[in-house]
Design a protein around this ligand. Structure first.
Ligand code: ATP
Ligand code: MG
Length: 393
């Protein structure tokens, strides 16, 4: 059966009152964005606290559902049949015709679920449930009522027009991007950071990103991999401004001046400083990293404290308590995993010491950084000035 209309369900908790329309408008915008590149013509509309997608003419159902499945804020997608307002007898006919077309066989258990938004209708929902249920039993003698665990929940919404549906395809949940400000994602080519960005975006946060590369130690292909990852995340979030920072001179200078076992920590502190600079410049309210406690030497509690020491903005680390396997599962689900495991070098792995400090002392690290006093400010400024901004979508 080809549906021409979809009812979009969203979780309503926390969006009561005056915030509700902001949430709904953002959701409509995000759905329109997601459908822009989908073949077919779609109209997205908001009517009486409901969002509908109308399909005009032919379209690819799988593609439509995939695209809607990436819009945060959607909790469920219901293919609906819309019928003009009518009397209970005609409605019985519409419901049986709907079931006839929607299912190839008719031996399931079912339950009628009438929702009456129009109080002027002659029957109330209890009465309608009974009437419609009897009509279904009469039309399909092998179907049975099961009010507790029905195989088919036949929903009928009585509004200006009537809507019939029996399927709720789960959406990704969360909040529409744009309802919760913006944050700057430190995006590397690994498995973790794209997942971290996705998780924060799921709460309604728009993303920008920053990537530190170190040519010629890291290749053009390593950079392309990060662009590809940003693209995959952007399928959920909309366009991402990816700041590509040339980090080579800074890394070489740190390598030259500081103890090698502190290299990673000091490097990461400069990454955070530069990321925070761009965040401030572009209106981001926080930084996002893919760190998780204890995953590697630079992510022990002491290392995280030493990295955090240079940040004045909140740093969001949504993976902090996740095991690698849990992160991998999300990466697979959102489609970033295959790209993340491509074997290109990362600027953090080029200069790493054999035995990095695992319990850096902040005072010691600050002292080491003093050795950079002569040139570091100028190098950071140059890195900022030469940063390339790519709009990835
Ligand atoms: P990931 O899988 O995200 O690369 P990781 O396990 O390799 O993480 P680290 O290399 O210690 O861990 O990096 C921790 C976090 O620091 C990353 O999740 C990312 O947010 C940020 N980061 C690391 N390297 C870079 C880089 N070259 N550019 C931008 N951000 C980076
Ligand atoms: Mg990494």
């Amino acid at each position: 059966m080809v549906y021409q209309k979809y009812l979009i369900k969203y979780a309503e908790i926390g969006i009561k009152g005056k915030n509700r329309y902001l949430f709904e408008d953002a959701l409509v915008r995000q759905i329109r964005r997601a459908l822009k590149k989908t073949e077919g013509t779609f109209a997205v509309s908001k009517e009486q606290g409901r969002i509908y997608v109308d399909c005009q003419g032919d379209y690819d159902r799988e593609e439509l559902l995939t695209r809607l499945g990436r819009v945060f804020g959607i909790s469920g997608i219901c293919p609906v049949v819309q019928v003009p307002a009518c009397d209970p007898d005609s409605l019985c006919g519409h419901v049986t015709a709907f079931l006839k077309e929607a299912y190839p066989v008719h031996n399931q258990t079912f339950k009628m679920n009438v929702r009456r938004a129009r109080k002027d209708y002659p029957l109330d929902s209890m009465e309608l449930n009974r009437e419609l249920g009897s009509a279904v039993l009469e039309a399909f003698p092998e179907m049975k009522v099961d009010v507790h665990h029905p195989e088919i929940l036949v929903t009928v919404e009585i509004r200006e027009e009537f809507y019939l549906y029996s399927q709720v395809i789960p959406g990704p949940g969360g909040m529409p991007v744009g309802t919760n400000g913006k944050a700057m994602l430190l995006l590397s080519g690994g498995i973790d950071s794209p997942v971290a960005g996705w998780m924060i975006a799921k709460r309604g946060v728009k993303l920008d990103a920053v990537y530190f590369h170190a040519p010629p130690y890291t290749s053009e292909r390593a950079k392309q991999k990060v662009v590809d990852l940003a693209k995959q995340v952007a399928r959920y979030t909309g366009p991402i401004y990816l700041h590509v920072v040339n980090f080579t001179e800074i890394q070489l200078y740190i390598y030259d001046k500081c103890p090698h076992d502190e290299l990673t920590i000091i490097m990461r502190r400069y990454m955070m400083r530069i990321a925070e600079h761009f965040a401030g410049e572009t209106g981001s309210l926080g930084l996002i990293t893919g760190e998780s406690i204890g995953q590697v030497a630079s992510q022990t509690m002491q290392s995280l404290a030493a990295t955090n020491d240079v940040c004045s903005m909140p740093v969001y680390r949504p993976l902090i308590g996740f095991d690698k396997q849990e992160i991998v599962e999300i990466a697979e689900k959102i489609g970033t995993y295959e790209t993340s495991i491509l074997p290109f070098e990362d600027c953090c792995t080029i200069f790493v010491a054999k035995h990095p400090v695992t319990k850096p002392n902040i005072q010691v690290i600050r002292r080491s950084e003093k050795k950079l006093a002569e040139k570091i400010e100028q190098l950071v400024q140059t890195a900022i000035d030469t940063t390339e901004v790519l709009i990835v979508e």
